[in-house]
Write a protein that binds this ligand. Structure first.
Ligand SMILES: Cc1ncc(COP(=O)(O)O)c(C=O)c1O
Length: 474
């Protein structure tokens, strides 16, 4: 025993900080939450991030409690590989029917976004075995990306948090090949159109595909609208279609990760898929991973939507999928998720968040970019927005990481009673510190104004602090 282990223990959780009881959520109602910190409860905090872009329906929804109650009584656990259940079938059918016709034809439900991406990797491998192409093993994904916390998902990701795990990750030369991220704010050249930037990225990607022998490449994975990794930078016009065309040309599986941006958070048609902002149904992904708002924080559920091309290969092949997780296709989770999804549709909540989220984004943009402050860019779509901080708007130089902007803005926002996510910039300066906003789909115009007012107040306070420290000159 060391002195540290002999000291009285403060916390039994092993997350975020060791032996410190951090802020704890102690209640919530609609779009507001109560947080206890150092023994003191603060009520009435507006939840502008809903966990990590999860809570579509807001907190303590009475109808969801009824759905949960009914689902608990009607669901009986079984191991899905031996005995399936009706709820997982119904949820799959619902998601497929509410996506453009013919795009998806089956789904697998699991319990987290990371798990859905792990399963996507297995599914991709088996697809190529079914097609008698065992040599197609390489997985293309992007620099500055996030696909989850487990090691397969970390392998196809790239961000500063993945680096310590490099010894355990897939070989970057032989298996996981990286392509550049699509990040207009920093990497679109002055005077370059969005289309030209997209074309440049597509040409770079094609070059990388050719250098790596397309006959050995299995798939290409990107986040439709990147979340925590880069902060909701919309893909430049034509980019996702260009990637689709490359996947067709070189026979690669096109995998879109919509765990954070999908399932109604940013759909322009009152439906679910984020890619509908950018792609025609004919150019839809072959597989798509989803999560977060699917359970709205009430149940732990995520999934993989599977296009007909993939399903057909299995049908024409072994018709079998060996094994699975103990809690895949969990009947209770699926039943609750289905009730939540039906409510989102019935009450037009996906349309509401697209409209109100865009209103929030436009308000933030017009306030921040017309005044002098640390904001360089405000970007996003529908219910998913980011604010990136820079030292100098003209040069876009990020702040020094030692200034700890992310925890500081989070703390100031907490004092101003708004819950946000704050991410530090990349150590190589390829992305600045940023705030992410992803409120509940039920927000009203009044809630939008509350979020905007409190976020603006918080950023202005941080701007003043940095000015006083001499870290911000404008
Ligand atoms: C794009 C994306 N994929 C996958 C994941 C992993 O999901 P989970 O945290 O549920 O494992 C996340 C989580 O933020 C994500 O943003």
């Amino acid at each position: 025993m060391t002195a540290a282990t002999q000291a009285p223990q403060n916390s039994y959780n092993f997350q975020a900080t060791v032996d410190q009881v951090g802020p704890q959520i102690v209640g919530g109602q609609g779009v507001h939450i109560s947080i206890e910190r150092d023994g003191q409860v603060t009520d009435g905090i507006i939840d502008a991030i809903t966990g990590a872009a999860v809570g579509a329906l807001g907190h303590a929804d009475e109808e969801v409690y009824e759905i949960i109650n009914k689902a608990a009584r009607q669901s009986t656990y079984s191991y899905p590989c031996l005995v399936s259940n009706k709820s997982s079938e119904e949820l799959a059918k619902f998601y497929i029917d509410n996506s453009p016709k013919g795009v998806f034809s089956a789904a697998l439900w699991c319990t987290s976004g990371s798990e859905s991406n792990e399963n996507a990797l297995r599914l991709i491998r088996q697809y190529w075995l079914e097609r008698g192409r065992p040599e197609k093993v390489k997985l293309i994904s992007r620099e500055s990306s996030y696909h989850g916390f487990s090691l397969g998902a970390v392998s196809i990701s790239w961000n500063p948090r993945t680096e310590p795990y490099t010894p355990y990750l897939m070989d970057r030369e032989k298996i996981n090949i990286k392509i550049p991220c699509a990040y207009s704010y920093r990497f679109k050249k002055d005077g370059e159109t969005e289309e030209a930037y997209a074309q440049r990225l597509i040409e770079q990607t094609e070059k990388i595909i050719l250098e790596n022998d397309p006959d050995t490449i299995a798939s290409l994975t990107v986040e439709t609208l990147p979340g925590s990794s880069l902060g909701t930078c919309p893909p430049p016009k034509g980019y996702l279609k260009g990637l689709r065309d490359l996947c067709n040309k070189y026979d690669l599986i096109y995998h879109l990760d919509e765990v954070m941006c999908g399932t109604g958070r940013s759909n322009p048609n009152g439906a679910f898929n984020c890619w509908e902002n950018f792609l025609d149904p004919a150019d839809a992904p072959d597989i798509q991973t989803v999560g977060k708002t699917l359970g709205s924080g009430y149940v732990t559920i995520a999934g993989i939507l599977i296009g007909p091309k993939i399903r057909d290969a299995y049908l024409e092949g072994s018709k079998a999928i060996g094994g699975g997780h103990t809690y895949s296709s969990h009947a209770f989770n699926c039943a609750v998720s289905l009730g939540i999804m039906q409510k989102l549709k019935r009450d037009n909540l996906t349309a509401n968040i697209f409209e109100k989220g865009n209103l929030m984004g436009q308000k933030l943009k017009s306030i921040f970019l017309s005044e002098s402050n640390i904001v360089g860019d405000v970007r996003g779509i529908g219910g998913f927005w980011s604010i990136e901080f820079v030292k100098d708007r003209a040069t876009k130089e990020p702040f020094d990481l030692s200034l700890n902007l992310a925890p500081r803005i989070k703390a100031i926002a907490f004092q101003n009673k708004v819950n946000i996510m704050a991410m530090p910039g990349n150590p190589d300066g390829s992305c600045g510190d940023r705030i992410l906003l992803a409120p509940s789909f039920v927000i009203t115009e009044q809630n939008v104004d509350e979020i905007v007012e409190k976020v603006v107040k918080s950023v202005n306070q941080l701007t003043e602090e940095l000015r006083a420290e001499g870290a911000f000159q404008f």
